[in-house]
Design a binder for this molecule. Structure first.
Ligand SMILES: [Zn+2]
Length: 99
C-alpha cells in the first residue's frame, strides 16, 4: 500500500495475540483470562523474521527514513488491552455495516 492509498501515511502494522483455551463444558473455545487481565496484548510480530514490531514491510514508499520514523512513532503507543480490542473490533464491524 502506498502512503497515498493510506491517507497520506506510511503503512505501519501489528497484530496481537489473544490467548484462547478450550472449555470442555461449553465444548467451544473461550478467551483465556490472561487476555483480559488489563495489560496490553502481546504483539504477534514481537519475534517476527528478526525484525522489530510494528512492521512497515507492506508500505510501498520511497522514503525509508520517514517510514522508520512513522514506525517508531507508532511503536510508542501501547498495543490495546483485551477490553480495548473488544471495542475496536466492535467499531470495525460497525464500520463495515455488519453490526
Ligand atoms: Zn513507508
Amino acid at each position: 500500500m502506498t502512503p497515498e492509498e493510506n491517507g497520506g501515511h506510511h503503512l505501519v502494522e501489528d497484530a496481537v495475540v489473544v490467548y484462547l483455551k478450550y472449555d470442555f463444558d461449553a465444548d467451544d473455545w473461550i478467551v483465556d483470562r490472561a487476555a483480559v487481565d488489563g495489560g496490553a496484548l502481546f504483539s504477534q510480530f514481537s519475534d517476527y523474521k528478526g525484525v522489530e514490531a510494528p512492521l512497515t514491510e507492506e508500505c510501498v514508499c520511497d522514503d525509508p527514513t520517514a517510514c522508520e520514523q512513522a514506525r517508531l512513532h507508532a511503536a510508542r503507543t501501547s498495543l490495546p488491552t483485551g477490553e480495548e480490542l473488544m471495542h475496536r473490533i466492535r467499531d470495525a464491524v460497525e464500520a463495515e455495516g455488519r453490526a
